[in-house]
Ligand binder design. Structure first.
Ligand SMILES: Nc1ccn([C@@H]2O[C@H](COP(=O)(O)OP(=O)(O)OP(=O)(O)O)[C@@H](O)[C@H]2O)c(=O)n1
Ligand SMILES: C[C@](O)(CO)[C@H](O)COP(=O)(O)O
Length: 256
């Protein structure tokens, strides 16, 4: 019999895909999610990656208000499309309102278009095992400094304790809804809102291919990976179907 405390960890998985940002740092002149890679938008690639994982029951994408009608015609049947807001937090909130049926929620940036489906499956597996909040992470390669308003260094956090956080981030729906209901300001990631409530957030190894396309150099890297990556010789056309992902996951767990 299912323990009532675990009731959130069975049932429907709904993935929210915030895609309503402008992409100022990329500077493509159009909202970033509509930039293309191998003829597909970053948004479409991200949605396809979620669906290819086989562990997502429904997808809700959140796009700029003036793109809703267009995106509805372009995405597969069953993918819901709603209008986002000024901040990422506002967009995720709009997605949450469109997912009343979710038991488990993923929040996944459209900008992480090469995320391997295997990473999505591992996040959901962690939720199914009873975790309320889970984030994929990578070790940090650079030394990180804190600075004051004048750019003067105020500290050097111990690198071994730092992680770079990716998406999809996974949550039991009740936990994420509580976090958003309590949120009084924006946060740079969804787990941050759970942390503010004192919630426990677990990490799992991320994947270098789940990098966020933020600047022009990130887009160049994504294009190079699609055109020249070792997986292009594999039968599957989808670069995320790479059989080399075990290697990239090994990298994820390295602390060098
Ligand atoms: N108001 C916003 C801002 C961001 N996002 C989404 O959140 C994800 C991560 O945000 P980021 O990479 O910062 O995208 P942008 O906000 O578009 O980038 P920038 O800050 O350079 O404008 C992206 O898929 C973006 O579309 C969103 O849905 N709504
Ligand atoms: C959610 C996120 O992708 C985790 O790394 C990131 O915090 C989004 O930040 P951005 O400033 O909106 O790119």
């Amino acid at each position: 019999m299912t323990d009532p405390a675990d009731v959130d960890h069975v049932g429907r998985v709904v993935a929210l895909v915030p895609a309503a940002g402008q992409g100022v740092r990329l500077g493509a002149g159009i909202p970033k999610a509509f930039v293309t890679l191998r003829g597909e938008t970053l948004l479409r690639l991200s949605v396809d990656g979620l669906l290819a994982s086989g562990v997502v029951d429904r997808v809700v994408v959140i796009v700029p208000a003036d793109r809703v009608a267009e995106v509805r015609t372009e995405l597969p049947d069953g993918v819901d499309v709603v209008a986002g807001g000024a901040e990422r937090t506002d967009s995720v909130r709009a997605g949450l309102a469109a997912a009343p049926d979710a038991d488990l929620l993923l929040v996944h940036d459209a900008a992480r278009a090469l995320t391997p489906p295997d990473l999505v499956a591992r996040v959901v597996a962690e939720l199914r095992a009873g975790t309320d909040a889970v984030v994929p992470v990578l070790p940090v390669a650079d030394t990180i400094k804190t600075v004051d308003a004048h750019g003067v260094v105020t500290g050097t956090p111990e690198r071994a304790e730092l992680r770079a956080v990716q998406t999809p981030q996974g949550f039991s729906a009740s936990v994420l809804r509580r976090a958003y209901a309590a949120a009084e300001s924006v946060a740079t990631d969804d787990a941050g809102l759970v942390e503010r409530l004192g919630g426990r957030v677990r990490t799992i190894p991320g994947d270098p291919l789940a990098f966020k396309i933020t600047t022009a150099i990130d887009l160049a890297l994504a294009r190079a990976l699609c055109d020249e990556g070792p997986w292009t010789s594999a039968p599957a056309a989808d670069p995320r179907a790479s059989t080399d992902l075990a290697t990239s996951t090994d990298l994820a767990t390295s602390t060098d």
